[in-house]
Write a protein that binds this ligand. Structure first.
Ligand code: ATP
Ligand SMILES: O=c1ccn([C@@H]2O[C@H](COP(=O)(O)O)[C@@H](O)[C@H]2O)c(=O)[nH]1
Ligand code: MG
Length: 200
């Protein structure tokens, strides 16, 4: 038997939910208590967009229209970010957004990380709309306006829900009602993370 120690792959939890469902808010709590690294695919794309990259104009237009950026861009950004943090576990927030994203993740990342489950924040559209319009008063985001918000909901309902259903069929979705006080949402999230990853 080899004396070499087997290297454990980093764990990944996908964090999905409609626009404004509270993904980023809850990820901050998980980072604090469970030591995960938070990778928001949207934040990575916005940083890439502002970096002078040749994809900047495409990303900017797609974000404003609530469209999904091709995985060749997003998976590369996620993979680089993961490689920057050896031996850490990751919250991949807002990805995979569609089946093309998910296929690319499986093709490129299965040997690199252990994708555990999808944390799915469920919230009514009226509530998410109100939150996003309020956030839009100070966020500076080009997509926190009613026209973009409607497009983002449409993309979420048609493309992203299909990914959540795909993982649901494998019993890999943990659904949390996020139409509550953030503290109450986190009580449920915390018990899910304790179940999978132990105490902190
Ligand atoms: N449970 C909650 N109750 C009320 N407001 C909330 C709750 N969770 C988050 N918010 C607020 O709603 C807005 C959207 O939250 P957040 O940015 O966490 O959502 P998100 O799912 O990451 O959104 P996006 O999909 O646009 O990235 C923020 O202004 C946040 O402070
Ligand atoms: O994997 C992804 C993630 C995001 N996008 C684009 O960015 C915006 C904003 O994403 P947030 O998660 O709300 O920050 C999203 O509407 C998409 O246009 C993407 O293409 N792929
Ligand atoms: Mg977010």
């Amino acid at each position: 038997m080899s004396l070499e120690t087997e290297t454990k792959k980093p764990a990944v939890v996908f964090v999905l939910g409609g626009p404004g469902s509270g993904k980023g808010t809850q990820c901050a709590n998980i980072v604090r208590d469970f030591g995960f690294v938070h990778l928001s695919a949207g934040d990575l794309l916005r940083t890439e967009m502002n970096s002078g990259s040749q994809n900047g104009d495409m990303i900017s237009t797609m974000i404003k229209n609530g469209e999904i950026v091709p995985s060749i861009v997003t998976v590369k950004l996620l993979k680089n970010a993961i490689n920057d943090h050896p031996k850490k576990n990751f919250l991949v927030d807002g990805f995979p957004r569609n089946e093309e994203n998910n296929k690319s993740w499986e093709d490129n990342m299965t040997n690199v990380v252990d994708t555990k489950f999808v944390l799915f924040f469920d919230c009514p559209e009226e509530v998410m709309t109100e939150r996003l319009l309020k956030r839009g008063e100070h966020s500076g985001r080009s997509d926190d306006n009613l026209e973009s918000i409607k497009k983002r909901f449409n993309t979420f309902n048609i493309q992203t829900m299909a990914v959540i259903e795909h993982y649901g069929k494998q019993n890999k979705v943990e659904k949390v009602n996020s139409n509550r006080d953030p503290k109450d949402v986190y009580t449920d999230v915390k018990s899910i993370f304790k179940k999978y990853f132990g105490t902190y």
